[in-house]
Write a protein that binds this ligand. Sequence first.
Ligand code: C2E
Ligand code: MG
Ligand code: MG
Length: 606
Amino acid sequence: MVEEQNGTASVAPARVLVVGEDPGAASVLADMLRGLWSESLVVTHAEHLGHADRELLDHGATCVLLDLGPPEGDRLAPLRHLRATARDVPIIVLSDDASEEFGLRALNAGAQDYLIKTKLDPALLSRTIRYAIERKRSEVELAHQALHDPLTGLPNRVLFLDRLTVALHRLRRTSAALTVMFLDVDTFKATNDSLGHAAGDRVLIGLADRLQALLRPMDTMARFGGDEFIFLFEDLESEREVVLIVERLSRTASLPITLDGKELSITVSIGIATALDSAIAPDDLIRDADSAMYRAKQQGGARFELFDDASRRRAMERLELERALRQAVERSELRVHYQPRVSLDGEMRLVGFEALVRWEHPLRGLISPDEFIAVAQDTGLIVPIGQYVLEAAVSKIEAWRRVRPDLTIAVNISSRELEDPGLVSTLGRALDASGADPSVLCLELTEATIEHNRELATTTLDALRATGVRLAIDDFGTGYSSLSNLKQLPVDTLKLHESFIARLGSEPSDAAIVGAVVELGHAMGLNVVAEGVETDLQLAALRNLGCDGAQGCLFSRPVPEHEVYALLGSPSWPPPAGHHARSANPDPRTVRIIGGEPNLRRKRVT
Ligand code: C2E
Ligand code: MG
Ligand code: MG
């Protein structure tokens, strides 16, 4: 092997490796380059492929000149060999063969360029090498961009999936386990919202750097999008090792980060899934780790969860629920039931209904929305479901108002529906079709829904309110609405969550809370309605505290449409005997029911 150096080595020298059996030819090439190459240059020569491999491995190369020698045998075999050893190094083939066809074959086999030895001159050689280096550099850069996340420089989803697929194949031949960890930053949205996106980006970059520093070269860390990162470990042998790593990741993630001189702390939730054989598909393994992470989040975050058999069963059940719900929408198995709302001021009167969706399952009977609303949200099925409920409710209220002109109807809107840009027009269409006045409709949104996307919520709520419909905050008291936020929202009603009502009459602090909310609501010009009223004691306390309205099983469970008419006739509540099973009831926990819902699994009603 010959090594010839040119210039002073202040920057890393360009290393040109000449591969070929003729050492004379190699020094001719070195002489040609030396004349024109002004920067520091090292030309080395390897007579055999074995030498070339060694040189590439030990020192690398900026460019390889492959001298193919006399035309015999499979002439491009050395090119293919070197391509495999040095994927990112440009290779220029030198040959006596002047045919265009051979040149093309060399390019197709991975050469960056092709030069005919007899036509070679220093300028051509030097230019070809420079161009080849440049072309290769941008080729490598493009390939890198396609497989890496631009913000953190980590592998992206595509590269991770590729590595995971290969690792799962490898699992066939080894007895090791393969571990995937899914990491999500807790309350990253709040960090982003309060400090701005640029600061959020810096948090992500800092996190990526410090977590990556914990890994060994064979581990993979990728950014999956947003604040989600995913890890692949191929050789964690025991659960103990897994726990050690995950604890180190969590601890390192929660070390304080300094942003513009201020210290900030974050926590992360991690889900872990392990594959013991290659039977599992890469996507499924990722999904398992993701759902374990989701469980960690649900338990308050800042923790990790392992995906085990029970989790797998739950995930399967959820998938089955998703499939069945999709079918239920197609097969029109959804029903709307209506729960009366009663005014508490003066004489109690029926003043409206809340529309509540149910799923009439052919085998299981009526299924409560608590069981499927979350899945409907995640899959987006809530949009057609909500549309169906809205249209049904608005069309029914018009018919009922012919009997009782003062009735109103409330419909629940979830965050996914609120984000749907078609919501206002869906609403307009439903109102137009029924001829109902917008003011008879009240949309109920929970605090969580509003908090979920505060900016969008405020603009959408303004747009909705501008159509003339009323707005209510549902489950009030369960979220974190600040009073100043509340003041800015165009709402008309607060619906007090049933948990505050449950111990009314027996728990003085709950009475104090309800009293305060009623006062606050009234001071802001809002109506206050109590949910989940089940006993006479609760009712008496609510009336005492000045609450405006109430709903609950004490009056009536949500009933199917055909039972509503029975409730419409009487001007005051309760309706006359025969319509309603209301009577002196010694047990305040006993719920008096007006028909409907024999199979519906209720939350707390005994
Ligand atoms: P929500 O809007 O707060 O509805 C009140 C819930 O309290 C209903 O549960 C109702 O059946 C239940 N309830 C009625 N009386 C009593 C009582 O005396 N005691 C107690 N403890 N609970 C009572 P449901 O029907 O199971 O609905 C649960 C939640 O599902 C609703 O809570 C609402 O957030 C959501 N939901 C229901 N229908 C729809 C819908 O069409 N669209 C959307 N987006 N969400 C819906
Ligand atoms: Mg509601
Ligand atoms: Mg509620």
